[in-house]
Design a protein. Structure first.
Length: 267
């Protein structure tokens, strides 16, 4: 029997983590969400009695501390795996290159704040809130869902110059993961930054500009993966991510790895 807590679990990759983990009825799965009444996570919890929906906002220190406290009452004060999946970004400015960022302090803060509040600040608060539970768990694993867009080698090879705020925030997340790994190693806790691949999490029909943008990205990504045909589905991404998490050990702690478990196949 293993226990898992996943932030940002109401949709996309987070929801798929809950879905796949819940299939094993011996697992205790805590879905940390801002809105516990969200349709999909509510339906999942009604289907699987081992899924517990817990209200928690990683960008609010008080809220995520309360979520950890609630989680402790469900699991008996311990947790095996904590997955920080929460993510946000300003999609309206994602196409900007760094030289196009405006000379406007308020505008720049608005561009960077969503990504920083979830990846950096939220990553710290959520991790710190759940560390006491992880310390008492059996697996002692903390995973932050990151991206190759925060890896300098990947950027230099592909020429991806946009999504500045998102990429910078994820790069900062990768550093925080390494710092946590260094600090928590004496306690036997393993910490990993994990890229889920290029995943299609879009809900509904994609606008023409989104399709065009993805076609452009595909050509860039094919520089490092010539066989790439397009995005993968959340089902495939999460299945492979869980395999990587299962293999997480002291030697891999502190690293940024792909959903394949390496640093070569990012897509």
């Amino acid at each position: 029997m293993s226990s898992y807590a996943i932030t940002g679990a109401s949709k996309g990759i987070g929801l798929e983590f809950v879905r796949q983990l819940a299939v094993d009825t011996s697992n205790t799965v805590l879905a940390i969400v801002r809105n516990p009444k969200a349709a999909e996570i509510s339906q999942l919890a009604s289907k699987y009695p081992n899924v517990h929906v817990v209200k928690g906002d990683v960008t609010d220190p008080k809220s995520i501390l309360e979520a950890a406290s609630t989680a402790a009452t469900i699991t008996g004060g311990k947790l095996d795996v904590f997955i920080h999946n929460s993510n946000a970004s300003d999609s309206t400015t994602a196409a900007l290159n760094p030289s196009q960022i405006p000379f406007d302090s308020e505008a720049v803060r608005a561009i960077f704040e969503p990504s920083f509040s979830t990846a950096i600040y939220g990553g710290l608060w959520a991790t710190n809130a759940f560390i006491p539970l992880i310390e008492k768990g059996s697996q002692k694993k903390i995973v932050h869902i990151s991206t190759a867009m925060g890896d300098t080698d990947f950027i230099n090879k592909t020429g991806v110059s946009y999504a500045v705020a998102y990429s910078v925030a994820k790069a900062g997340m990768n550093i925080q993961v390494a710092k946590y790994a260094a600090e928590l190693a004496p306690k036997g806790i393993k910490v990993l930054a994990l890229s889920p691949g290029w995943v299609n999490t879009w809900e509904g029909e994609k606008p023409a500009e989104v399709v065009q943008g993805e076609e452009y990205m595909l050509k860039q990504f094919q520089v490092v993966d010539p066989e790439l045909k397009g995005q993968i589905l959340p089902e495939e991404s999460v299945r492979k991510c869980l395999e990587v998490i299962g293999r997480l050990d002291e030697k891999r702690s502190g690293l940024l790895l792909s959903h394949h478990g390496d640093r070569e196949r990012w897509t």
